[in-house]
Design a protein around this ligand. Sequence first.
Ligand code: ZN
Length: 361
Amino acid sequence: MKIEIMEIPRYVIAGQNATEQLPQIFSNAKIGKKGLIITGKNKTRKIAENKVIPNLKGITDVEIHKISHKLTYSILNDVFEEVKNQKFDFVVSVGGGSIIDAGKVISSWMNVPFISYPTSPAHDGISSPAISFLLREEIKKHNTERAKVIRSPLMIIADADIIANAPYRLFAAGFGDMIAKFTAVMDWRLAQRLRNEDYSEYAAAMSLMSAKIVYKNRKIITGGGVAAARILIKALIGSGVSMSIAGSSRPASGAEHLFSHAIDLLSQKYDFKPALHGEQCGVGAIVSAYLHGINWRKIQKALKEVKAPTNAKELGIKSEYIIEALTMAHTIRKNRYTILGDKGISRDAAEAALRATEIID
Ligand code: ZN
């Protein structure tokens, strides 16, 4: 049997009042005396200062580092250079997507444990070894080794009371990222059948479970608040762990993710504002389901129910860019075989598929 190495988060503290469990978990976990907290400048900083730090008093010393939302390689490098000799034992990120990414990257470069404290449920980066596509590409451009070492969190603290206060749009985006696992796993199975790619039944089942949890509970998600936060947290953590088990984002990312990454790339080329990751992946899942020949209406309907975008207009992106994104999606990650095949989808076929699924008019 082939050796498999899995790096899975060791502590997951999820639910209401999760933050209050910190003193005990930190004492038990013995992860060190000195921590670096990475957070944003406004709302997330207040959460760090008023909620997280008081719960760590007396257990560990922390130093706070505020970063802006627009992450670049040079910002990350500056923070790393500043903190690398300060002997931090661990890094905690308190914030949304880019704050989580920053902590994950810097802790990996420092080779110390990472603790993820998400303040929103917008995607599964809170619990996985993955970071934003554009940021990973930028790190790779500067230093491929530095892109390779990025690891999963050791600990995830998902406080439903905190996450419940995130804007509803981020809930709908998280739903989109999770519903996309239906097509991601179909792509993985296809790659196993056509390319004999390694396939983990266990990781696939876990990823699918995340999609099923949000699908089944979509009415609760629509209501927002603590109940919605709890459902999404469960799904996001499951999906993140499925990636840890597989050792790649394979179980959680197929053609619909490539489509979203392609939109992100085009947004730089043509200088437009992309939508949120989960929003783009949700729309990608509609057209991917269509190409797989499964019931795409079911995905479209579920997205509509949670008030997530289902077409170009609702994404706020021109049809022209959506078509181009779909035709170039197969070029984004050469080794990721999906329903788009090696040659991708022709322009005519892309337009037809996007029209058939009501993504463009
Ligand atoms: Zn995703």
